[in-house]
Every structure is written in C-alpha cells, then in structure tokens.
Design a protein around this ligand. Structure first.
Ligand code: ARG
Length: 407
C-alpha cells in the first residue's frame, strides 16, 4: 500500500509542485491541508480556487481548517503576555503560526491514517525547524518529509515542472518576494531587500500604507494580561487584532526592518509589518509597568527573551516553553486596566496614558506636593546600610575614584 502523506499546503508554487513531485518520486498519496491562520484577510484568491489547484496537482483530498480563533486564543495570547519580540524586535509572526499548522497536520494525519507529514520549506530557513521539531513533539511516530530540500529545482525549474504537469499556478518565474502572513502580521523577504543597505521598496507592504493622516487615540482594555476591548467595545482577541491591524496600519505604524539571526546560522535581512501585534504588545508592556511588582517585572523581562528565542527556534511544544508559560500566566493576575494609544502618521505610536484598579502606582508615595505620604526620615538609615559595602570599599582605596581622569 502506498504511503500516505499529509502536506501543509499554501496554494503557492512550491507546495503545489511538492504534491506532484512526491507522487512521482516517492510514490506516495498526498492529502493537502490548508490551515487558515488569518492569511485569508489580504488574499485575492478563494480557497475554492486553491482546492482546484491542489487536486490538479494530484492530491487525493484537500482540507481547509479554520484556525483563526485558535491562532489568536492559544498562540497570540501567549505571545502577548510574554511581550514576545525575538531579538528585541520581531513579534514572531511566522514562528507563532507554524505550531498551529503542525497541530492540524498531525490531527489530519490521524484522521487520514497517514504515516508522514510534509512541508514545502527549503533547507535554509527557520520554518522547517518549526515543522519538524513541532511534529516530533506531538507525534514521535510520524515521519516528516521535506521535498523542497531534496528536489534541487530552481524557481524557474519549478514553474516548468508545474507547466509540464498542467498545474494551474499564478506565480511567474521571477517572483520577487517571499511573503508569509497571518493574523499577527506579515513577513517579507527576498528581492531588493537581500541587500541590507538598500531601503525596502513600498510595493510589498499591504497592512502599513498610510491612508489616514489624522492623528487619533484608541483605548485598549486588558483583563488579566489580555486585551478584551477597544474604546469600550468588547471584541474577541482575533477581531481585536484585526481591527488594530487596520486602524494602526492605516497610519503606517507597524513596520520593522532588521537583520536577524536564523536558527540555522544565517543572518538575514527581514522586513515585517505587524501593526496590531506591536500596538498590543506596546500597550500590554506599559500596563505591566503600572501593575507588576518590581522583582517580578525584572525577572519576567529576562524570561521574555528566552521565551521568544524558544518559540523562534521551533520549541513551542517543549517542557521549558510550557514551564515559562506557567510563569508568565502567574504574573498576569493583576495586569488589568486601560491603556491610551495615540497614533500619528507616518508610523508613530505613543502610549499617552494608563490606569488600573490594580495599579501599584501610589499617588501619595509618588507626589512631591502636600499630599505626600512617604516617610522621608526612613530613608536615612536605609541608605546608610544599603551603601555600606561601597563605602567600605571606597575607604580602602583612599577615595581615588574621586579624582577626575580628565581635567
Ligand atoms: N524570519 C522570519 C521567521 O523566521 C520570517 C519567516 C518567513 N517565512 C517565509 N516562509 N517567508 O520567523
């Protein structure tokens, strides 16, 4: 009996060619699974058109899974509480969607009684790592196939291959950009951007074109670490992200241009647009400034870096990542309140106010006016003790640090 494979299918050239190539070269049966993680929002193509292509390529079946709410509630939500930004910048757009896709690949593999899953990634990127490590974590018995790592075809070869097999593709031989998109944003690679010195062209951006040059404010309300309403209107997390993608993106906010370290050891220049993600993380981090106790806050910042690295590196389903999730969750009990965001074209967002019934900010302690409740006399003894070690050290050195090095 032929081996059955469940392929993560996007409808693009590579995964379409992968269907036919695996049938021809490996003699397998292929089920195409398209997981909708929010990429439909900007797409000009319907899933029906994509289905026609999958079947034309030779798939025995084609399944669409709507994972938009799951992407928001199980994945973006954890990234929000972790203020997740890889290398301090990138909010993990593609890295967050791959484990969602993996979950459904494994689920469909069970439904179709398949022995393997497959993806269309090449050997140079991070996404292969996420597919493979993720699958092994959820289904150690399943094999993972990567036809694009084996076939040795250039893009032009793939176009010829699709034509030969009469697969109705839309791509041309000179596709300029590699774009990956979902609810959390868009990742844009290749073309002119492969020169890190060249400014990115306007053309590939869709979420962050300036169409509103009037400054405006939005109030984001949080409950226990998650955004639940915009300007007092309750929204599901998926709708709230989508709304902010459009409202913030219309002012040009949300672009990133960075050189990042891939897991596979390559530095790459990447351009992203993630207006909703960056607005929400910005607001959330600000509310934590108001509500988290200092030691928790500082330790959390250290662990946030680790969390983002693990997720970037394909370790979504791993014991350390899960333990860190538990820590993050525990810190969020009091992260409730409102944050005022002000947007101004082109591309500026500022937090202009925050409030919380759970705030640790105490006006009586903070104020310099007559309402001051701080016990000034308590400071004296405290700092004598606090600075005692440094004082002893300075005395031993004969206060030589007091001499300026330059006159
Ligand atoms: N560099 C980003 C990451 O590793 C984006 C990857 C985009 N993926 C793609 N297939 N174009 O998460």
């Amino acid at each position: 009996m032929a081996k059955r494979v469940v392929l993560a299918y996007s409808g693009g050239l590579d995964t379409s060619v992968a269907v036919r190539w695996m049938i021809e070269e490996w003699g397998v049966e292929v089920v195409c699974v398209l997981v909708n993680v929010g990429q439909d929002a900007e797409s000009s193509e319907s899933f029906d058109d994509i289905k026609v292509r999958a079947l034309a390529a030779g798939a025995m079946d084609f399944v669409v899974v709507d994972a938009r709410e799951e992407m928001a509630d199980d994945f973006c939500a954890k990234a929000i509480v972790a203020n997740a930004r890889y290398e301090g910048k990138y909010p993990l757009v593609s890295a967050l969607s791959r484990p969602v896709i993996v979950r459904h690949l494994v689920d469909q593999a069970r439904k179709f009684d398949a022995q393997a899953v497959a993806h269309g990634c090449t050997g140079k990127g991070n996404d292969q790592v996420r597919f493979e490590v993720g699958t092994h974590a959820l289904a150690p018995d399943l094999e993972v196939l990567a036809p694009a790592r084996n076939w040795g075809m250039t893009r032009a070869d793939s176009v010829d291959y699709a034509e030969k097999w009469e697969i109705p593709i839309r791509a041309s031989k000179e596709k300029i950009y590699s774009i990956d998109e979902n609810l959390w944003g868009r990742a844009i690679e290749c073309g002119a951007m492969e020169d890190p010195w060249a400014a990115p062209p306007e053309e590939p951006y869709t979420l962050t074109r300036v169409t509103n040059s009037e400054p405006f404010e939005v109030t984001v309300s949080f409950e226990a670490g998650l955004p639940v309403a915009l300007d007092g209107v309750a929204l599901s997390l998926a709708d709230l992200i989508k709304t902010l993608n459009h409202r913030a993106g219309a002012t040009g906010f949300g672009r990133l241009d960075m050189v990042e370290n891939r897991r596979v050891g390559i530095k790459s220049r990447e351009v992203y647009e993630c207006p909703g993600a960056l607005a929400i993380i910005g607001a959330h981090a600000d509310l934590e400034d108001l509500t988290l106790e200092r030691e928790v806050h500082h330790e959390k910042a250290r662990l946030e870096t680790r969390w983002a690295e693990l997720v970037y590196d394909g370790m979504w389903f791993s014991p350390l990542k899960e333990a860190l999730d538990a820590f993050m969750q525990e810190t969020q009990r009091h992260v409730s309140g409102d944050v005022r965001l002000r947007f101004e074209a082109p591309g500026l967002m500022r937090v202009v106010g925050r409030r919380s019934p759970e705030a640790l900010y105490d006006y009586g302690l903070a104020t310099y006016d007559a309402a001051d409740t701080f016990q000034h006399a308590d400071s004296e003894g405290y700092f004598k003790i606090y600075g005692l070690g440094v004082k002893t050290w300075a005395a031993r050195q004969g206060a030589k640090n007091a001499t300026p090095t330059k006159s």
